[in-house]
Design a protein around this ligand. Structure first.
Ligand code: ZN
Length: 261
């Protein structure tokens, strides 16, 4: 499948460091698929949708960065986006779902529970129900079966395409997941916010202090987040030629992914 790497939301959470919202646009036999959305046109028009956190993460909210505008500028149709797979429901990942009202939203059942059904106090702050108030079709998944490159459970989303796999990576949030996409010559593993900076997995680059702090503030389960860091670092160290690991917010990883494709 053809995979494009988009930035759907520049953020200036940390002085001197610009973050991106790395979104995958996938062309399948079953229409277009997005992995995460970043911010959307409605967020740009009304930043209060993001809540007070916007003063911390400081998103640019530029309409031209939204997935909807970028898809149109490529000559593609937003109506052809039939499925959106989200790593989790944080505001910087699902703001754009409202721009694709007919798309089904795929998420883990645990994430849907924490965001939509029974949020804790902390979850009520991090999630913004206004971003799904348009009433999209939510498809909940409980990956339990097959293992995927060291992760104990994964699920091919056959309803969309067997080359799209949901991989639970609980820790950052209650039901956070990675999404692997078969790009033909290689797989892209979008690890969402399982880590914020390439230094966590490559063991070489220094992780900015502000990002380490952010990691600790936003975490739902620290032990499991650490387990994910270890597993992803292990996978990265193996340097498998048919695997590209990216996360949501590292601009350098976005640039590397674009260079590869
Ligand atoms: Zn995020």
């Amino acid at each position: 499948m053809k995979v494009r790497h988009l930035n759907c939301g520049t953020m200036s959470a940390i002085p001197g460091l610009s973050l991106v919202c790395h979104v995958l646009l996938v062309e399948t036999d079953n229409g277009l698929v997005l992995v995460d959305t970043g911010f959307g046109l409605r967020d740009c028009a009304d930043p209060s949708r993001i809540g007070p956190t916007r003063y911390v993460i400081r998103p640019a909210l530029a309409p031209n960065e939204t997935a909807a505008r970028q898809i149109k500028s490529m000559g593609l149709r937003t109506e052809d986006v039939r499925h959106i797979v989200v790593t989790h429901f944080d505001m910087d990942h699902i703001g754009g779902i409202a721009d694709f009202p007919d798309a089904s939203i795929h998420v883990t059942a645990d994430e849907a529970y924490g965001a939509m059904r029974n949020p804790s106090r902390a979850e009520r702050i991090r999630y913004r129900s206004v971003q799904w108030s348009h009433g999209p079709r939510i498809v909940e998944h409980r990956p339990a079966g097959e293992a995927w490159r060291g992760f104990p459970a994964a699920q091919s989303l056959d309803e969309i395409d067997p080359g799209i796999v949901l991989i639970p990576m609980t820790g950052h949030s209650r039901g956070h997941a990675g999404v692997a996409v078969d790009a033909g010559t290689h797989w892209v593993l979008h690890a969402g916010d399982a880590f914020y900076h390439r230094g966590v997995v490559d063991g070489r680059s220094a992780v900015p202090r502000g990002l380490r702090l952010q990691d600790r503030i936003t975490v739902f389960d620290r032990k499991r987040l650490q387990d994910n860091h270890n597993r992803l670092a292990e996978l990265y160290a193996r340097a498998e030629p048919d695997l590209l690991i990216v996360c949501a917010h590292d601009p350098e990883m976005l640039a590397q992914a674009r260079a590869r494709t």
